[in-house]
Design a protein around this ligand. Structure first.
Ligand SMILES: *[C@@H]1O[C@H](CO)[C@@H](O)[C@H](O)[C@H]1NC(C)=O
Ligand SMILES: *[C@@H]1O[C@H](CO)[C@@H](O)[C@H](O)[C@H]1NC(C)=O
Ligand SMILES: *[C@@H]1O[C@H](CO)[C@@H](O)[C@H](O)[C@H]1NC(C)=O
Ligand SMILES: *[C@@H]1O[C@H](CO)[C@@H](O)[C@H](O)[C@H]1NC(C)=O
Ligand SMILES: *[C@@H]1O[C@H](CO)[C@@H](O)[C@H](O)[C@H]1NC(C)=O
Ligand SMILES: *[C@@H]1O[C@H](CO)[C@@H](O)[C@H](O)[C@H]1NC(C)=O
Ligand SMILES: [Ca+2]
Length: 520
């Protein structure tokens, strides 16, 4: 065991519980930390400020719980802050929660979401507070925490805290995370398979250094002003419309949703400037080549930088996301604080050689592309992996490529991988949450709430798979009328596991759930 895991290094920084908790529960909570700082339980606030929550709103928690904050050192120059929320009515399960972006945050809303079901929820700051990667500058130990060590320490410590608090060890340990959190889940599966019995990963940021080079290439070729892009936003709208016109019906339902973006290969000849009868925006030969570049995998001297985008009928959102402030900050922060280690670095210094270096550098194996998951399989753990088909931030090509890579590395067919690792492509889901389709699968507090039935809820589903051996054939998503939960469910759709794809053989526009079939 690594020295930083000794509990003696931990200091409890606060707990909180409900005024309706039983006296015994309160005293056990207080006993954990000695002199506790009892705070309002309904709306929790940090006296230390909001950095460590990334300004997430204070959630209203649904159950009585003991809130524990812990700091632990990971080296002479790095430390992690974590919180464990321990519900009074515990289901004997631990659930670690991943972060997003380059954060750095205690995910209050997610902790509130998972404790509702009785999980002991654990969320850490992954070694630095806030959404910026500035903490990585000349601090390799802080970056190691972010790459894998913080989640490792947080999970191991929470197992021991739970045992101490409840007087009995947890029965099963789970992970859920999306985006950066999805990468963290796969990192644990690849390098610390002993941590979790069940892992739910969404839209994982694998080969993330490559995405963080794809963005500057976009900004350098397309421009940084959304109203003055080399290929204008009107043209992207026309590209999206033409894509939907050619690809929406391929799955058998004309519903503005492309089920299998891999089979969507639109031809934009009709949009070429000078085409007879064309009234909207048109594409010049330069536009054509710049656009097609975005949809090809990008290799420099034999190094794959990024797998590119798929045509999914959401091209406009790709353009606005890549140009938007959050992505522009990643384009700056990765070179500044990680690959070039130069805080004065600006976009006009970007070169393809730097892009290649950033990916090959693979600092502390951050790319998270190890395709050997044998240890996970051997210990009987399960992985549910999902990716939105209209994700404008991390394209689903990344997930497709990783699944194929695992299959090749382990020499295992999809049928063989099905024993422990299943990957679902969720049509009409954007980045982690939201989107025009049946995108609510119970993945997060930030998603519209799916029902608590395992058929509709990925969190309940992973528990059923791990504890009852009930493997999910499909992941079922809910779509709400006008995106409004109070108006009720408009339709549900069972999303297929890769490499199967969903086709519609029913009547009408695809709302008949039974009309869908997973086919090769
Ligand atoms: C917590 O916040 C909610 C929503 O803002 C509010 O309705 C409620 O009164 C607050 N509770 C407490 C104890 O402050
Ligand atoms: C992060 O925030 C927590 C809680 O506010 C604080 O205890 C900790 O010292 C902070 N960590 C760093 C590295 O600033
Ligand atoms: C905390 O947040 C404030 C305001 O956003 C910022 O100025 C400060 O640098 C942050 N501190 C850390 C340690 O990230
Ligand atoms: C639009 O971008 C081009 C190329 O970057 C630049 O030369 C031009 O001045 C910009 N126009 C406006 C109105 O900003
Ligand atoms: C794209 O389609 C939408 C919806 O049908 C329409 O409102 C818009 O004008 C179209 N845009 C272009 C550039 O064709
Ligand atoms: C690619 O390889 C060629 C030949 O070795 C070299 O001259 C060039 O600098 C390399 N380009 C990049 C971006 O690494
Ligand atoms: Ca369709």
């Amino acid at each position: 065991m690594l020295p930083f895991l000794a509990l003696a290094l931990c200091s409890l920084v606060g707990t909180a519980f409900s005024s309706t908790s039983t006296p015994d529960f309160k005293s056990r909570c207080e006993a954990l930390s000695g002199g506790v700082d009892v705070r309002g339980y309904e709306n929790i606030s940090f006296s230390e400020g909001t950095n460590s929550t990334c300004t997430f709103p204070n959630p209203v928690t649904a159950v009585d719980l003991c809130r524990v904050g812990i700091r632990f050192s990971t080296s002479d120059s790095s430390e992690v802050y974590m919180e464990a929320w321990l519900p009074e009515k515990w289901n004997s399960r631990l659930l670690s929660i991943g972060t997003g972006g380059l954060a750095g945050c205690i995910f209050f809303p997610e902790l509130a979401y998972v404790t509702k079901y009785g999980f002991a929820g654990v969320s850490g700051n992954m070694g630095h507070n806030g959404t910026s990667g500035g903490a990585f500058l000349n601090q390799p130990e802080v970056f190691i925490d972010f790459a894998w060590r913080a989640l490792y320490g947080t999970t191991v410590i929470s197992k021991s805290i739970a045992k101490q608090f409840y007087g009995t060890a947890h029965k099963k340990s789970y992970f859920i995370g999306c985006s950066q959190g999805g990468r963290q889940g796969f990192k644990a599966a690849q390098s610390n398979p002993e941590l979790f019995d069940g892992i739910v990963v969404g839209a994982p940021g694998l080969r993330l250094a490559g995405l963080f080079q794809y963005i500057p290439r976009w900004l350098r070729t397309m421009g940084t002003d959304i109203n003055n892009l080399t290929v204008s936003i009107d043209k992207w709208a026309a590209i999206q419309n033409e894509t939907l016109r050619q690809c929406d019906h391929l799955d058998g339902a004309v519903d503005n949703i492309v089920e299998d973006s891999r089979s969507c290969k639109p031809d934009f000849t009709k949009l070429r400037c000078g085409t007879q009868g064309l009234s909207g925006p048109c594409l010049t030969p330069v536009d054509m080549s710049l656009v097609s570049q975005q949809f090809e995998s990008w290799t420099i001297n034999g190094t794959l930088i990024y797998t590119g985008m798929t045509h999914d009928g959401n091209e406009l959102a790709h353009a606005t996301t890549l140009t938007g402030p959050e992505f522009r900050s990643y384009a700056l922060e990765w070179p500044r604080f990680v690959s070039q280690q130069d805080p004065t670095w600006t976009l006009d210094q970007w070169t393809p050689a730097q892009a290649r270096f950033a990916v090959e550098q693979n600092l502390f194996n951050f790319n998270t592309l190890d395709g050997d998951l044998k240890a996970v399989r051997k210990r009987g753990a399960k992985i549910i992996h999902y990716h939105g088909q209209v994700d404008p931030a991390i394209d689903s090509t990344v997930s497709d490529a990783y699944y194929d890579h695992v299959s090749r590395t382990m020499r295992a067919s999809p049928q063989q991988l099905d024993d422990f690792y299943r990957y679902f492509r969720i049509s009409g889901l954007g980045h982690c949450n939201g989107g025009p389709g049946a995108s609510s699968i119970g993945q997060s507090a930030f998603s519209l709430p799916a029902s608590d039935d395992a058929k509709d809820n990925v969190l309940m589903q992973i528990v059923d798979w791990v504890e009852k051996g009930k493997a999910p054939d499909t992941l079922r998503g809910s779509k709400f009328v006008d995106g409004d939960v109070t108006k009720g469910v408009e339709y549900k759709r069972r999303h297929c596991r890769y490499p199967l794809k969903n086709v519609y053989t029913g009547e009408g526009d695809g709302k008949d759930e039974k009309g869908w079939k997973c086919v090769v």
